[in-house]
Design a protein around this ligand. Structure first.
Ligand code: ADP
Ligand code: MG
Length: 256
């Protein structure tokens, strides 16, 4: 299957099970919201899919390829966090270009690169500049390309983080509460942009949120997680109107 497949993934911390055999599939083109109480394991699962952390058991596949043992850059996934994690000494254009430059280089070359001139042939640099320009255009950042992060608003910084995520045209987007630092009006606006980016990319998107209205309005399906387990995965309507389980009903606040 194309997209993200998580099969019976387990993860323990200090002997405590944090993920208890999680299975979840997000098809290419599908937007799945992952919801659940704080501490239930959402961010842990996202880190495992991104490759920042490794599971104790189970497998992770991206577009049919087993990536469980691969480093993050080899997985064809992009992750957007709540904290924007931009490089303060790089311009907006350079921040957006980071994943492209990383892909072209070996590990040993990466560190000295940050904050210096991008390496490679003139053609490679031109390719990077074009990719950066089209990602910036998609997020309305073309007038800000030469600024530093400190010269941007919170909303603009988050758009740079989103541009950096789409620039590699990944097979999967992983977003962990990307809007929770934005004010309410901006959040609603950026929601639409994220769904639009997802549609245009045709990617598999897994989107963690603690905001029920985000989950119910943005997602094709909602996955409800509790205490390291996925309780139900269904359409927003089904989750709300026909919860499988009292724990789902209680969490979503549906009438049952
Ligand atoms: P969520 O994102 O759903 O709020 P997390 O995945 O961040 O939850 O955390 C799930 C549980 O795993 C929490 O109890 C947290 O304390 C624990 N945990 C997460 N990462 C680590 C870690 N690196 N070391 C120890 N415990 C961790
Ligand atoms: Mg979290």
């Amino acid at each position: 299957m194309t997209g993200i497949v998580v099969e019976k993934v387990t993860r323990h911390f200090a002997g405590q099970p944090v993920l208890k055999g999680v299975s979840l599939a997000v098809a290419a083109g599908e937007f799945v919201a992952l919801v659940g109480p704080s501490g239930c394991g959402k961010s842990t699962l996202m880190r495992l899919i991104a490759g920042i952390d490794r599971p104790d058991g189970g497998r992770i596949l991206i577009n049919g390829r087993d990536v469980t043992a691969l480093r993050p850059a080899a997985r064809n996934v992009a992750m957007v966090f709540q904290s924007y994690a931009l490089y303060p000494h790089l311009t907006v254009a350079e921040n957006i270009a980071v994943p492209l430059s990383m892909r072209r280089m070996g590990v040993a070359q990466r560190l000295p690169l940050i904050g210096r001139i991008w390496p490679g042939s003139r053609a490679a640099r031109r390719g990077i500049a074009e990719d950066v320009r089209s990602a910036a255009l998609a997020l309305g950042l073309t007038n800000l390309l030469e600024r530093r992060p400190s010269q941007l608003s919170g909303g603009q910084r988050q758009r740079v983080a989103l541009a950096r995520a789409i620039v590699r045209q990944p097979a999967a987007f992983l977003m962990d509460e990307p809007l929770s630092n934005l004010d309410a009006a901006l959040r609603v606006h950026t929601r639409r942009e994220i769904v639009e980016i997802h549609r245009r990319a045709g990617a598999a998107t897994l989107y963690v949120t603690h905001d029920q209205s985000e989950a119910l309005t943005m997602a094709d399906r909602v996955a409800v997680m509790q205490a390291g387990e996925i309780l139900q995965v269904a359409s927003p309507r089904a989750i709300y109107a026909d919860p499988d389980d009292l724990r789902v009903a209680t969490f979503i606040g549906s009438p049952r």
